[in-house]
Structures are given as C-alpha cells and as structure tokens.
Ligand binder design. Sequence first.
Ligand SMILES: [Mn+2]
Length: 598
Amino acid sequence: MKTEIVARRLDAIRAEMKKVDLDAFIVPRADEYLGEYVPERNERLQWASGFTGSAGLVVVLADSAAVFVDGRYTIQVRQQVPESLFEFHHLVEEPHAQWLANTLSAGSRVGYDPRMHALKWQLETKALLAKKQIELQEVTENPIDRSWDDRPAPGKAPAMLLDEVYTGQDSVSKRQQIGELIASKGADSALISQPDSIAWLLNIRGNDVTHVPILLGFSILGSDGKMAMFTDLDKLPEDIDEHVGEGVTFHAEETVATALEDLGKRGAIVIADPEATNAWCQLLVKDSGGTLIADSDPVLLPKAQKNATELAGMKDCHINDAAAEIRFLAWLDKEVTQGNLHDEALLSDTLGSFRLQQEGCMGLSFDTISAAGSNGAMCHYNHLNATPAKLELNNLYLVDSGGQYLNGTTDITRTVIIGEPSADHKRMFTLVLKGHIALDQARFPLGTTGSQLDVLARQFLWQEGFDYDHGTGHGVGCFLSVHEGPQRISKVPNTIALKPGMVVSNEPGYYKEDSYGIRCENLLVVKTCEELSDAETSMLEFEALTMVPFDLRLVEASMLTNSELRWLNDYHTRVQEKLSPLLGEDDQVWLQQATRSI
Ligand SMILES: [Mn+2]
C-alpha cells in the first residue's frame, strides 16, 4: 500500500485516540469472532498498516507505530508495511505488551477494543501494564471503524441447512448432549462464540469467510439444550426453525449485549472459554452480576469425535479429492516431460480447478501452498505474495492443498521431483516418509495424547541430526475448519487424549533453507484397534483417509525396513484399487506405475 495512504490512516487513528485521551491503541488481526479467517470488512490490521498476513498486531502511538509479526512473515511485512512509519518487531520474541511496558511512561493510557481480544489476553495485558502504572483502557467505539470511510458492507450470503444425511445427528440431540455437559460442570449456560461450534450445533453452514463454511454470530446455550443465536437474520433460510428443531431462538446480532447483561442480572453461572471468546462478551456477563467459569468450549470434544455418518462422508470425500490430486500429479508429470516448467500459480490454479470439478466440492479448505524448489523451504509460502516462481528442473515441488465438500474436509501435501532427484533429495524424503509411516502404523492405549506420539514422526530425522519447525498433526473438521482442536500431534504439550472418530493430519517434513522443502501429509482417523485379540488394554490405531501415491522416484528403498516397504506397497495397492475406477484411461496408466510395488 502507498505510504501516504497508510500515513493518512494512522493520522486518523491518532485523531480518534486524542479524543479519548489515549497514548496508544492496539490493533490485532482478529475480529470479534476471534477465528482464523476474518471477512474483508474486518481486516482492520491490513487497513491500518498494509500487512496481509494471517497473524500479527499493530500498536499505534502518538507519533510512532510498531508492527509485530512472527517468523513466517518477517520478509513479507517489510514488503508491505512502510518502513518510514513503522518499527518492526517479532510477535513472539518481543511481545507487544512487554514492548508497551518498556516504551511508555507511567500514567500512560493504552486503548484496546475488547471485542477484538480474548479475555485471557485482556487479563494478562492489564496485569503486565499495571506493574508499570500503565492503564489498559477499553474503547467503546473502535477508532478504525470511525475512520474507515469505504469499509466493505457486511456480507449477505445466505446460510445453508446441512442435512442429517451429512451430519448424522440432529440439532436437538446435539444441544441436549452439550447441555448435559454444561450441567455437569455446575453451570446454567455456556457462551458458544466459535462459529464452527455454532455451525455444528445447529447443522448449518455459512459463507461469511473464505475457506471455512461458517455463519458468523454468537450464541448462548443453556444446560436444558435451549439456544439463543445472534446473527444477521437476513441470512437465515425460511425453514430454519423446522431444520434446527425445538428450543432455538434467533435474534439480531446487535441484541447480544442485552442478552449477555440479562444473563448476568439473573446471576447465571456461565461457561466461557478465556482464549476463544472475546473479552467484551465475557465482561458483559461478569460486570452485570454473572459468574464466569473459565473452561474450554464444550462443543470442541464432541465435534472432534466424528460420528459414523461423518466418518463415512470423510472417507468418501477423500476418494473424490484423491481423484483430483492424482489427475493433477499425472498432468504435472506429462507437462514436465514435455519441457513445460509451469509457474506456481498456474499449477495451483490447475489443481484447484480439478478439485472444484469433483462432486460435492464447495471450495478450497485453505490457500494452496504451491512451492517450487527453494520456496518449499518456507512452510507457509504463498505464491501470491510475490511473482510466482517456475518449476526448477532436478528440484522438488511441494503442494499442500485441500477441499471443502458437503460430506467432509480434506488436506493433503505431496512432494514430487521435477526431473531427476539427487541422493540428498532421496535421503531426506525417505527419512520424512519413514516418520510418516511410523505414525500411521502406531498403536496406542486409550488416554494417549498427540504430544506423546509426535516423536514417532520425528525419530528418523532426529537420529540423523534433523528436525522440522512445525507440529506433526492438527485436527480437521467435517465440512468445517481444516484446523480444528482440541487434539493435536505436536512437541507442544497437549493434554487431550486421542479418541475414536478424531481426524488428525500426519505431516512430518524437512526444510533445507534456500534449497527445497519436503512434506508428506495424509489425514488419519483414530479408531479402535480390532486386530489385537489378546490386548490387555483398549488399544487405538489410525486409518488413513487420504488415498494418493507418494512419489516413488524419491524413495530410497534401501533405507526402508521390510515392514515399511510392506506398508508402502499395501498403501499403494489400496490407492490403486480405490482410485483407478474413477480415472480416465491415461490417468489409470499413470496411477499403475505410480503405485507399482517396490
Ligand atoms: Mn495440514
């Protein structure tokens, strides 16, 4: 963005700050729903700075400003945000609250919009600043909203009612189930503010942000299963009441404040997630007399454990999705053979178009990572941030992509060789693949968490002195968010045990700076291990949902054990059997050799 435009916007924010006597104002990437994606209308951070990344924060002071981003965006932020107007800081290593405490003098007033921050952030930041006699002051009107003249209007895309054919459980019984959980914690109700939790509870989907089919809004769920939903009523289809069944009332979103205050006035005991629900909602309840129980969103765990209908849908959509991915990989091989080294954008668009042609595909589940050669070394590379690079002969191409289907959500990464692989390519790819296989084959007792299993995927890399700087697996929703909690497979300690029906990704990788990136990602579902008839305790295992071959040209067979070779050959046999009938003749021939036994 032009420096003059950003300068003018900062001036406008400062003028608003002056009116309410603020020395600083904090602008996070978030909006009031605190989700991963925000609609264009709520891209306040971008408006104030020009920065388009998915995480970051700006602090505006009276005569300077600072932008905080993490390691993914250190290059991008310098390309997008004017250096003459902003200082650059690291989001994690130089936390903004500490920076404010060090920068401002005692008696300063720091403004924040309580809608845009979690309660946990509010409590921690307030305490930290108070140590330096700095006051964290909430604003009632966001200075950006007051200054943003051409702010996009709210979206009006209608919500969609998702049939029980896809959800497997009606809204009444879901609300009853969560209501009982709320009662068991001694609460009267819970604030359900995460739009994917709301979508799951009501069996609805929306079109308010890219990549996640959610309807934005807030809700209050009672221990009796009754739910009040606050959203844009214009988006609701006529037959919504019939669809959700008894016990749901719909209200205009503006009335949520009154409803939260009423809860407080009644002295209600309310479960609210300090990290997931904004400070504004929670403080309205508390300050009007209610009691907050800090606990995670009660929908998370039941939503994570997919029921039989959802699992059948997830399996089916992964077969459809694999057909698109295989068609793409076959096309890519042919193009490279013909000497066509396409650029990352054309490759991403081609894969996207194949995917969108699949039955039931409603869109992509995230921005495709299409990374040629050294770009693959950046885990969150986006070819749209700069000129898309062309495929590099005798180097790797990494493509991480996924789709939203009526019956499920997919996420797959494949790494393929363009031309001839080096010994180093094969060695590192095989170490990553061995980790992928080890995690896929794991058996573990009930109660095991993802962080206990994480090492299985890293062990072979560690053994030879390598690692990767990201988690091994995240939960995945069913026609919902591709990144879903509460379980994950990561070095970061996590207390959530893996349970049957949970879907997680298995995505170890290896990244060689300025050279290439490797990632092998399948989605897995957790299930009871039936094979062990003499098991002394209840054992769980994984089943792969993703059905796409790994590039055998990158496999150094001599590094695989017999059991790993058998896994790879068995997996490829399954891929061949399931996918061949869905492909055209040429793609069948390609798949035949791509899944050959080694
Ligand atoms: Mn993933």
